[in-house]
Write a protein that binds this ligand. Sequence first.
Ligand SMILES: Cc1cc2nc3c(=O)[nH]c(=O)nc-3n(C[C@H](O)[C@H](O)[C@H](O)COP(=O)(O)OP(=O)(O)OC[C@H]3O[C@@H](n4cnc5c(N)ncnc54)[C@H](O)[C@@H]3O)c2cc1C
Length: 398
Amino acid sequence: MANDNLARKINEDVYSRLDAAIEATVKIDADRNDQEGRFPRENLKTLAEAGWTGVLNEPRFGGLGLGHVDFAEAAYRIGQADASTGLVYVMHVGAAQTINLFGNDDQKERWLKASSGALLGTYSTSERATGGHWWYNLSEAARDGENYVLNAEKSFTTSSGQADFYVVQTRTPGAKDQTDIIFFIVDGKSEGIESKPWNALGVRANHSGPIRYNNVKVQKRDRLGAEGQGKEIIYDGVSPVYLIGLGSVWEGVARGVLNAAVAHTKSFVHKDRNKSLSDYQAVRQELGAAKVLVETLRPWRLELAAKLDELWRAGKPQSEILIALTEFKVHAAEVANKVASAALTVTGGYGYHRGPIERSFRDARAAIAMGPSNVIARDWIGKSLVGLPLELFYEGGE
Ligand SMILES: Cc1cc2nc3c(=O)[nH]c(=O)nc-3n(C[C@H](O)[C@H](O)[C@H](O)COP(=O)(O)OP(=O)(O)OC[C@H]3O[C@@H](n4cnc5c(N)ncnc54)[C@H](O)[C@@H]3O)c2cc1C
């Protein structure tokens, strides 16, 4: 009992540190960062000081040692305040978790524990050559003695030009086929990294622009897992944590924009009738329908995240629930878009002005495109429904 109470107290402290970090930076800077396309570095610094960038890392490497339920809750709370910071956070925790699962102690020491856990990581997988088929790379590493040389043109990488390390996916030198994939941890300060500016409709602060790796030298000690282990890393390292995190951010965006719409409709009064917008039944219908959509996400998130924790602790592959995670991502993306649209409807010209409501509307569009895009994802879900293989790596591919 005493131990339970202590655990609850520690958990409460950890969550109050998270909320304080969100209040102190993420919330305050969201509109400015969006308008100026300013990377939310200080938000990540505050989250790191609160311990939350190391949410899944082991305590011996400076982490909180928590699970996916907590990670997803953090992504949801951050997303509620700012989608850009939410995505930077998810890519970072995802990159760190890939190291947790497939890295060695030396890598955890240098990339996760170093600088008191303040190093920022991200995923760099998608390539211009293969677009939304982000698991399928045409780039191929070369050998440099026992080390490697990386040449790749990546089309989108969140935190590009800002990250301290990139978890990069490419083909193994002399790859025997398309599934012969290798992962590296690439130091963000390496010579030959060239990142291009990010100017987009939404999530304008998260620097998700193109990045090139031109003859970037990578030491053997920064190879993640074994040569050829990349396909397993895609399924069991990158995808599960990314999908639960991504869906949680969009759930946060949906909840945040609904709250903003409710606040406005309650406070704005038509003086001719002395009625607030929320006094109109038509407005309440819109809000009610949006609320029902938002409420579908929380129990699903908790169930999937708990299952991820169970599989992780049991040492089983988390890709067991890949399709369910994909369904959650698709639904969260659609809910965020529908709820942001309803919020714009009920807030009229007020919502249309630059600010949190129109920002959420623009941000939510990224949810549809981000891999697997909702179009591709629905095809995966349909294939699994009728018993067909996903065929991510197909015959005839280069
Ligand atoms: C904000 C943002 C952040 C991102 N962050 C990262 C990151 O950190 N790391 C990273 O590696 N990548 C990242 N990406 C890339 C993302 O995951 C996708 O790979 C990318 O958006 C695909 O875009 P594309 O235009 O190249 O796709 P395209 O392949 O050109 O897709 C165009 C359209 O065709 C459809 N389509 C494509 N293939 C098929 C198919 N087989 N069947 C049916 N329809 C299909 C798509 O759904 C889409 O509607 C990010 C993207 C965005 C927008």
